[in-house]
Write a protein that binds this ligand. Structure first.
Ligand code: PBG
Length: 334
């Protein structure tokens, strides 16, 4: 078998000259294995009730909670930058034990989908399907004896997904980590005539400290306890492959690994084992760390953000869900 290293016979000692293809930008571009395009990015948006709201999220500089009447310019910018799509999270006016706002046909996310589709029908709209932003206790589903009850939560998730599809969402993305939710959502979508709506499942979602800033952004901090009874243990990678396989089995069309940076091994293993599209979620804490270090002048934000996004794609992600999307799209265009 030929050597993996193309040894040069003319060089003294016959060593390989890797530097030949690194000398100029033209050469580097020619042999580049991974490229970034704005269309690779999905940009999360936090939509809130009320009017005239454009509230910056303290721990996520440059990210805002927006009321529906303030979405217009944002959507225009996202379309102009060629970003692949948006992922919607909702802050409802009221919360209750059964997360009614999550599946209210006139809920904040459903309204945002209609508003965005009315303005820019071609912009891909993905909706997050979970109960945590809509329950008064901040947990991802129905509580029974202080625990999130798996099977009773499935019905609420299915109703939420159907309401999003009915409002015009292009993709629904369940992030709750209940067992069996992809199958339940698929069945409900099909029964409601939404058999053409794809499911992008957060299949391998870890119980991560990196979601800290998001919980401020989405007002979804659990009032007691944590999410370790349903989100994955950061110590496990083989189990992620089983989670993904189960979701594929139940009908997932795309899968998500989340967070991204501390889990690139999971992205790479998922890429090897599965053939369907893989998204990686470059989460709020990963973004906040870059922004904080950049604000202190400790790192070059542009360089680091593009390096991170490239690394996530290099690991095997086809799609990167990222708060850097707008900046990165601008930098790539320069
Ligand atoms: C749940 C959800 C969370 C995130 C996305 N969907 C929070 C959680 O599981 O607690 C986190 C995203 C981020 O940190 O950027 N609806």
């Amino acid at each position: 078998m030929a050597s993996l290293i193309d040894r040069s016979t003319t060089a003294p000692g016959g060593f390989a000259r890797f530097r030949r293809t690194r000398r100029t930008e033209a050469l580097r571009r020619l042999v580049r294995e991974t490229t970034l395009e704005p269309s690779d990015f999905v940009y999360p948006l936090f939509v809130t009730h009320g009017e005239g709201v454009r509230r910056e999220i303290g721990s996520m500089p440059g990210q805002f909670q927006l009321s529906l009447d303030r979405l217009g310019p944002e959507v225009e910018e996202i379309v102009a930058l060629g970003i692949g799509g948006v992922l919607l999270f909702g802050l409802p006016e009221t919360k209750d034990a059964l997360a009614s706002g999550a599946y209210d046909p006139n809920g904040v996310v459903q309204g945002a989908v209609r508003a965005i589709k009315g303005q820019a029908p071609e912009l891909l709209v993905v909706t997050d399907v979970c109960c945590c932003e809509y329950t008064d206790h901040g947990h991802c589903g129905v509580l029974v004896d202080g625990e999130v009850h798996n099977d009773r939560t499935l019905d609420l998730l299915a109703r939420a997904a159907v309401s999003h599809a009915a409002a015009g969402a292009d993709i629904v993305a369940p992030s709750d980590m209940m067992d069996g939710r992809v199958g339940a959502i698929r069945a409900a979508l099909d029964a409601a005539g939404h058999e053409a709506t794809p499911i992008m499942s957060y299949s391998a979602k870890y119980a991560s400290g990196f979601y800290g800033p998001f919980r401020e952004a989405a007002d979804s901090t659990p009032q007691f306890g944590d999410r370790r009874s349903h989100q994955m243990d950061p110590a496990n990678a083989r189990e992620a492959l089983r989670e993904i396989a189960a979701d594929v089995d139940e009908g997932a069309d795309l899968i998500i690994v989340k967070p991204a940076l501390a889990y690139l091994d999971v992205v790479a293993r998922a890429r090897e084992e599965f053939r369907l599209p893989i998204a990686a979620y470059n989460v709020s804490g990963e973004y906040a760390m870059v922004k904080a270090a950049a604000a202190n002048g400790w790192i070059d934000e542009r360089r680091i953000a593009l390096e991170i996004l490239t690394a996530i794609k290099r690991a095997g992600a086809d799609i990167v869900i990222t708060y850097h999307a707008k900046d990165a799209a601008r930098w790539l265009d320069e």
